[in-house]
Design a protein around this ligand. Sequence first.
Ligand code: AMP
Ligand code: MG
Length: 326
Amino acid sequence: MDETSLKVKTAIEAMIMASALCQKTGSDLTGKESILKSDRSPVTIADYGSQAIICKFIKEAFPRDTIVAEEDSTELRKPVHSKILDQVTYYVNEFVPGSSPEAVCSWIDFSSQVVTNRFWTLDPIDGTKGFLRGDQYAIALALIENGLTKLGILACPNLYVGKDQPHGKRGCLFLALRGKGSVQMDMDGGNRRSLSVSKVKDPSEATITESVEPDHADHLIHQRLAQKLNISKPPLPMDSQVKYGIVARGEATIYLRVPSPSEPNYKEKIWDHSAGSIIAEEAGGRVTDVLGHPLDFSCGIKMEKNHGIVVTNGILHDVVLEALKM
Ligand code: AMP
Ligand code: MG
């Protein structure tokens, strides 16, 4: 097997297992216990379990690669959280039998905070608030080489498979390889089909997707932009990088993320955009920040050189950037 195929196979297997773990903890009441991190954001048993499994699989297949993931085991190892560690270990054991609490913590800590020439970046649960609400969330994994995303995978366990059937079957895997296009699969890795963005040319026919959480973006500016472009369809609120997936499959035309007035200088994190952006780009879309600059994944965990995010079907990109200069 060549290296690219091994990367894809390893990543998909790990993502399928991590998704099953998240869905299992989500359906058990106890699985929804969370710890509040120092930035007041929640981290659940599922975040830790997902990160432990994916880091273990990636590190075993590619021992020399760096992984930059969102969580670490510092809080989990504290005696006050021993019950949560026991629960994480219990769930990981369902997928990797014989795992000890120490092994689980050590897999979580395969993650480092250092961005190198070639590294994987992982958000074990993107949209934790959506996950806790029972709404959308994604597991996001990307491989970055010399600042450019080469591979991106999103597992979206709660996303409906058919873009025209919001009440139909759920569970989507999105995969993109640089220069090779984007595909959507069912949650078991089957039923692979290629994706392309919407062909909408008239801005008034566009559909905008944005965060559910009001503090994660400036929804008022999004609304003003919609008015300016005569967009009459209501926005599609979605948690997590699921938004990139629905632009890639042509369900939404524009994903807007203008920084929220409550945190105007917020710097986006690499694991929140690397997997999603390659999936939208390889489906024919365009991704920049609100000033039109390409996303830069090379300066560390925070995307210091970028301000907000704009994703479109490509055709409407310049129109949207121009309208944002209001
Ligand atoms: P979404 O579901 O698209 O709103 O994105 C969830 C992600 O938003 C989380 O993974 C956080 O890293 C990120 N986030 C947290 N606070 C902010 C903020 N003030 N502005 C933008 N993104 C944020
Ligand atoms: Mg996230």
